[in-house]
Design a protein around this ligand. Structure first.
Ligand code: HEM
Length: 480
C-alpha cells in the first residue's frame, strides 16, 4: 500500500483499527486509552464553524481577470496598468438571507464577491447583483438582517416582519422593486450581472481623484426564474446554483463577465442633483456612460469546499493603491464589519488561510494570535520607529486630501430626499408584461402580511408611479 493511503492520527501515528473500539472484553465498556476514538470524536465535535451572518450559502471558483482597455488616466492600480495584463482571482456568489443549507433558487439578492490577488495586495470587490441597496444608513443594517431572517418566536421566515420593515423605509423601494421584478430569482450564478454598488474612488498617477462605480456584465446573458419555475426546481434540487456553476466549470464552459466603470470627476460630486454617495441610487448612464475595462473568467473549481469557499473572507476594506473609499456611510460601516466578523468566524489570523493569503510579500508586523501558522516574523523586532529601518511606511501611496465639511450631528438622511423618482423610472422602463410580473411577484411575496402593511407598500409604489401602486393593489386584491 502506498504511504499516503495509510491511515494515521493527527500526530501522524499509525491507526491500527478504524472499525472496532478498544474495549474491555467483547461487550465493553470502552477504554479511555482508545486515543483514536477520542481524537475522532473530539474533532467531529468541533467541525462546525459559525456561518456568515449574511450570505451564508454560496459557491466559489477561481479564475483570472484580463485588462482589455486602458484606464490608467483614472487609476494607478497596477492590476489595470497594461492592456493584456492578467490577475488571478477567487469569486464567491451567494444568496443573502438563507442559512448555509438554504435552497439556492430563492427570491433574494445575490452576493458577487471577487478577490483579486494583485502584486500590490488583495483587492476585494464585495458587491451584489443589483446596483443599489435597501438602506443608506448602516445603523439599520442589523435591523434588515433581523427582518429578513427568522422570526424569534416561530423560527419561520416572516412576510410580516420583512414587509413591515421594508415598507417603513421609503428608501428601500428601489431595491425592493428590483428584487420583486423578473430579475429577482436569477436562473444561476452564471446568468446575472455584478455591481460594486457603492461609489468608490480611483486615484491616478497625478494623485487626482475620480469617483467610480464598478459594473460586471455577464457574457452568458441574463436568465431568470419565475416563482413557479423556482418552486419546481427547489422541489428536486436545493443546490441548483452550486451544481450549475460547478458543472459548467468542470466541462470547460467557463463563465465570463466584462468589467465596466462609471467615472465622475471629484468636484462634480457637489454639482449633480442627487447624492452620488447614496447607495439607494444609481448614476444615470447618460451622464456617466459605461467605460469598458476588461473581463474575468472563472475556470477552476476549488478542490475542497470548506477549506476554500467556507473559509474565504472578503473585506471591502481590502483595497490596493489607486482604488479608495468614498464618503458613502454604508461603505464606511462595512469597512469595520467584515474584518470584525471574520476575526470571530475564522480567527485573527484568517489572512493566512491559503484562499485569503495575498500572493505578494506580506510584511505587516501583527504578531501572535490563535492559529498563527507561518513563521510569525521570527526574530524580527516588533516595534517602530527603530534604528534599523524595519517596517517602513510607504508615503508614496498617500491619497490626495479629501475636503470634508459640516458639523457633527445625527443628520436626518430622510430630509428633503427623493426616494421615488428612480424606482418610478425603473418601473416605466419595464414592458407591460414585466410590470405584471412585478405586481404578481410582490403580491405572492407579501403573502399573509397584514393589510395595513400592504396598504403602506401600495402607497409607496403609487408615489413612484400611480400605475405601480394601482397594479400592486389589484394583484393584492385591495381597493386602492
Ligand atoms: C457578507 C455586513 C452591506 C455584500 C457580510 C458579512 C457581514 C456583512 C458581517 C459576513 C462577512 C463574513 O463573515 O465573512 C454588512 C454590513 C453592511 C453590508 C454591516 C452595511 C452597513 C452590504 C452591501 C453589499 C454586501 C451593500 C453589496 C453591495 C456582501 C457580500 C457578502 C457579505 C457579497 C458575502 C461575502 C462572501 O462571499 O464571503 N456582510 N454588509 N453587503 N456582504 Fe455585507
Amino acid at each position: 500500500m502506498s504511504e499516503e493511503k495509510k491511515l494515521t492520527t493527527a500526530a501522524g501515528c499509525p491507526v491500527v483499527d478504524n472499525q472496532n473500539t478498544l474495549t474491555a472484553g467483547p461487550r465493553g465498556p470502552v477504554l479511555l486509552q482508545d486515543v483514536w476514538l477520542l481524537e475522532k470524536l473530539a474533532h467531529f465535535d468541533r467541525e462546525v464553524i459559525p456561518e456568515r451572518r449574511m450570505h451564508a450559502k454560496g459557491s466559489g471558483a477561481y479564475g483570472s481577470f484580463t485588462v482589455t482597455h486602458d484606464i490608467t488616466r483614472y487609476t494607478r492600480a497596477k492590476l489595470f496598468s497594461q492592456i493584456g495584463k492578467k490577475t488571478e482571482l477567487f469569486a464567491r456568489f451567494t444568496t443573502v438571507a438563507g442559512e448555509r443549507g438554504a435552497a439556492d433558487a430563492e427570491r433574494d439578492i445575490r452576493g458577487f464577491a471577487l478577490k483579486f490577488y494583485t502584486e500590490e495586495g488583495n483587492w476585494d470587490m464585495v458587491g451584489n447583483n443589483t446596483p443599489v441597496f435597501f438602506l443608506r444608513d448602516p445603523l439599520k443594517f442589523p435591523d434588515l438582517n433581523h427582518a429578513v431572517k427568522r422570526d424569534p418566536r416561530t423560527n419561520l421566515r416572516s412576510a410580516t416582519n420583512n414587509w413591515d420593515f421594508w415598507t417603513s423605509l421609503p428608501e428601500a423601494l428601489h431595491q425592493v422593486t428590483i428584487v420583486m421584478s423578473e430579475r429577482g430569482i436569477p436562473a444561476s450564478y452564471r446568468h446575472m450581472h455584478g455591481f460594486g454598488s457603492h461609489t468608490y474612488s480611483f486615484i491616478n498617477a497625478q494623485n487626482e481623484r475620480h469617483w467610480v462605480k464598478f459594473h460586471f456584465k455577464c457574457q452568458q446573458g441574463i436568465r431568470n426564474l419565475s416563482d413557479a419555475e423556482a418552486e419546481a426546481i427547489i422541489g428536486r434540487d436545493r443546490e441548483s446554483h452550486q451544481r450549475d456553476l460547478f458543472d459548467a466549470i468542470e466541462r470547460g464552459d467557463f463563465p465570463k463577465w466584462t468589467l465596466y466603470v462609471q467615472v465622475m470627476p471629484e468636484k462634480e460630486a457637489a454639482q449633480v442633483p442627487y447624492n452620488p454617495f447614496d447607495l439607494t441610487k444609481v448614476w444615470p448612464h447618460k451622464d456617466y456612460p459605461l467605460i469598458e475595462v476588461g473581463e474575468f473568467e472563472l475556470n477552476r473549481n476549488p478542490e475542497n469546499f470548506f477549506a476554500e469557499v467556507e473559509q474565504s473572507a472578503f473585506n471591502p476594506a481590502a483595497v490596493v493603491p489607486g482604488i479608495g473609499f468614498s464618503p458613502d456611510k454604508m461603505l464606511q460601516a462595512r469597512l469595520f464589519s467584515y474584518g470584525d466578523a471574520q476575526r470571530y468566524r475564522l480567527g485573527v489570523n484568517h489572512h493566512q488561510i491559503p484562499v485569503n493569503a495575498p500572493r505578494c510579500p506580506v510584511h505587516s508586523y501583527h504578531r501572535d494570535g490563535a492559529m498563527r501558522v507561518d513563521g510569525n516574523f521570527g526574530s524580527r523586532l516588533g516595534y517602530e520607529p527603530n534604528s534599523y529601518g524595519q517596517w517602513q511606511e510607504q508615503p508614496d501611496y498617500r491619497e490626495p486630501p479629501l475636503s470634508i465639511e459640516g458639523a457633527a450631528d445625527h443628520w436626518n438622511h430622510r430630509e428633503d430626499e427623493d426616494y421615488y423618482s428612480q424606482p418610478g423610472a425603473l418601473f416605466r422602463l419595464m414592458s407591460p408584461a414585466q410590470q405584471q410580473v412585478l405586481f404578481d411577484n410582490t403580491a405572492r411575496a407579501m403573502g399573509d402580511a397584514p393589510e395595513g402593511i400592504k396598504r403602506r407598500h401600495i402607497a409607496n409604489c403609487g408615489k413612484a408611479d400611480p400605475a405601480y401602486g394601482a397594479g400592486v393593489a389589484e394583484a393584492l386584491g385591495i381597493e386602492a
